[in-house]
Design a protein around this ligand. Structure first.
Ligand SMILES: Cc1cc2nc3c(=O)[nH]c(=O)nc-3n(C[C@H](O)[C@H](O)[C@H](O)COP(=O)(O)O)c2cc1C
Length: 194
C-alpha cells in the first residue's frame, strides 16, 4: 500500500471481529512505531500489549465519557477496548522529550505526547496496511489506566488503541479544505478577534 493511500483510507475502527491477531503481526505494527522520529531520538515511548480480557475490561472502565460526568461506556471506543483481541497502551517516560538536561528547551515543556503520537500514527498506518483496525483513544483517566498496568512514577499513560480485524467499514469523517487551514508566507486566517 502506498503511503498516501494508507493515510487517506485509514479509519478509526470501533467494531472488531473475534479473529485473533498473532504475536508476529503485533510485532510488525510495533516495529512501525519503533521507527518513528522523536525529540533528539530520545524514544521516550513504551508500549504495553494487553491480551488479557480482564485487563481490557479494566482499561475500558478507565475511559472517560464524551458527556461531562458520564460513565466509561459514554466513550465511543468503550466496546472496542473491551472486545478487540489486543489493546496496545502507549506510555511515555517523562522529562526526556524536549529537554536538554533538567530544563525544557522550549515554551512547550515536555514533548512526550508529540513523540508518542508520531509513533502511534505509524502503528495505525502499519496496522491498516496489514488489514487491521485501530483507533486512537485518549479520552481516558490516564492515572487509573497507569495504576491498572502498574506503570511506575516517572512514566505516564498517553493513549491506547484496540487492535484487531475490522468488523465495520466506516465512512470517512469530513476534513477541512486546504484553503481553510493553509496560508502562505504569513498567518492570514480569521481569528476570534477579527
Ligand atoms: C488525540 C486523539 C484522541 C482521541 N480519543 C478518542 C477517544 O477517546 N475515543 C474515540 O472513540 N475516538 C477517539 N479519537 C478518534 C477520533 O475521534 C477520530 O480520529 C476522528 O473522529 C477522525 O476520524 P478518523 O480517524 O476515522 O479519520 C481520538 C483521536 C485522537 C487523534
Amino acid at each position: 500500500m502506498k503511503v498516501q493511500e494508507a493515510i487517506k483510507s485509514r479509519r478509526s475502527i470501533r467494531r472488531y471481529k473475534t479473529t485473533p491477531v498473532d504475536d508476529r503481526t503485533v510485532e510488525r505494527v510495533l516495529e512501525a512505531a519503533r521507527w518513528a522520529p522523536s525529540w533528539a531520538n530520545n524514544q521516550c515511548w513504551r508500549f504495553i500489549v494487553v491480551r488479557d480480557n480482564k485487563t481490557k475490561a479494566e482499561l475500558a472502565n478507565a475511559l472517560l465519557s464524551v458527556e461531562k460526568g458520564g460513565t466509561p461506556d459514554g466513550n465511543p471506543a468503550f466496546r472496542a477496548i473491551n472486545n478487540a483481541p489486543v489493546v496496545i497502551v502507549a506510555c511515555a517516560e517523562l522529562g526526556k522529550s524536549g529537554f536538554y538536561g533538567e530544563e525544557p528547551a522550549t515554551d512547550k515543556g515536555d514533548w512526550y505526547i508529540f513523540d508518542v503520537a508520531l509513533a502511534m500514527q505509524n502503528l495505525a498506518l502499519a496496522a491498516h496496511e496489514l488489514g487491521l483496525g485501530t483507533v486512537h483513544v485518549a479520552l481516558v483517566d490516564a492515572k487509573k489506566a497507569a495504576s491498572i498496568l502498574q506503570v511506575p512514577d516517572g512514566f505516564c499513560v498517553v493513549e491506547m488503541t484496540p487492535l484487531g480485524y475490522p468488523d465495520q467499514e466506516p465512512r470517512p469523517r469530513p476534513r477541512k479544505e486546504l484553503s481553510e487551514i493553509v496560508s502562505y508566507e504569513k498567518f492570514s486566517f480569521q481569528t476570534p478577534c477579527d
